[in-house]
Design a protein around this ligand. Sequence first.
Ligand SMILES: Cc1ncc(COP(=O)(O)O)c(C=O)c1O
Length: 269
Amino acid sequence: MRELGINKCIIPTAGSAGVALAAYCARASVHCIVVMPAHTPDIFKKECELYQAEVVLVDGLISDCAKKVNEINASQSYFDISTLKEPYRLEGKKTMGYEIAEQMNWMLPDAIVYPAGGGTGLIAIWKSFQEMIRMGWISGSLPKMIAVQAQNCAPVYAAYNDPINWKNSFHPKPSIANGLVVPDPFGMDLIQKVIYESGGDVEVVSDQAIMGGIKDVAKAEGILLSPEGSATWKALATLVEKNAIKRSDTLLLLNTGSGDKDPEMLSML
Ligand SMILES: Cc1ncc(COP(=O)(O)O)c(C=O)c1O
């Protein structure tokens, strides 16, 4: 933004992206408006405020925040960082693909399980793999890209199973996995393309199972997963059952946050 001479930006967010943007904006002296659902855990709001972002709360889901962004930015004087409506966030999330390749010694796993909301991560990881192949950094077959969503809001799952009519029977609700609650992802076509091209799949997980998963992994591994990360773990049994992954596959699950960002949720475990 600094390079392009931009000094004002705005973002609708489920929380994490807003905090990240606010932090970078503090560093770059760019004014930032973060629009998030009012039910987002307080720590996300507080962090944004500490980074001097202006926080706007909306009663509703991220789709309602997107409408609010359009309202505030009717004159288009703010650079809009909505998911996939500008090219840079996707490029940034490609680093997940680089880190996976590098940390696995340039031999990718058979399947990657990603908690998908807006789908940027899934699309960006796939893009990084294609580019790394062209650059000769990796070779061989690429992983199956598997998206996991919250049962309360699973448009990618609905569209995968019924591409024509999914919107007719779709009623999104909040989930403890806030980052997965994106009722109408702008990048839906690209998300579906990645799943098809990679021979992947989509699965859904209930909030109750997600909470159980946080407990399982804390106990077994000493890792406090985010609800989104827990969803990938809890989806595994179903994915094996329906043969989307084989027991012999090497798997990589992405944990995209930390459970300690939502103390209220932790107190319910
Ligand atoms: C913790 C967390 N996990 C996953 C996601 C989904 O990310 P993506 O847009 O890459 O699908 C989000 C998005 O807000 C998030 O906050």
